[in-house]
Design a protein around this ligand. Sequence first.
Ligand code: ADE
Length: 237
Amino acid sequence: DGYGITVLTLFPELVEEYFRTSIVGKAADRGALIPKVINIRDFSQDRHRSCDDAPYGGGAGMVLMAEPLATALDSVDAKARHVVFPTPSGRPFRQRDALRLSRQKEIVLICGRYEGIDQRIVDEYVDEEFTIGDYVLSSGELAAMVVIDAVYRLREGMLRPESVLEDSFQDGLLEHPHYTRPEVFRSRKVPEILLSGHHARIAQWRREQQVIRTARNRPDLLQNLSLTEAEQILTES
Ligand code: ADE
């Protein structure tokens, strides 16, 4: 049966549109995914339908109030489920986190706006806080969709394990370059080795390309890896 993804948001249209139009949307049509979008505003307690208020202690911006969010969370029985809160204050979201979440039965995501959410909600309901990168988005929705996308494609990958095993990060290296037809594009040729049919040499070339790219673009990733001496030399140019 399907993987349950529940999203609590002040901008349900944004998330509903994503569930409708993406690959994730097609999975929902097949029942492989059970998406649920909850509008936090539906749980506000006053006639102005307010969900945010000024921070105690002063400061700029607004904070998502505890009561509407708690009521919304209770409506989906969040205490009994795995709750993820995307926030720039969280720890980095990595491929291994996506893999772990993909092995759950379901997840609940809270989308914050404004300067944040009342900390007591985090203390009471949230299992994991993730940042998707060192920049601040105006909306938790985009970050939630990033998490959903990364998690969901791994569930799909259970049906096609080869494609997931080839992912960047699976072996700690970035991907090698890819080419498809034609053989010559605006006088740029596909690397000869890829046309050779020599599988061992192709695998070797690809691995070298991965090492070169990783050294150039993400030297931080190389620190936790054991490379052969030959590969070590490739990282030095
Ligand atoms: N909400 C706003 N910015 C974010 C970020 N970088 N990661 C996760 N959630 C966020």
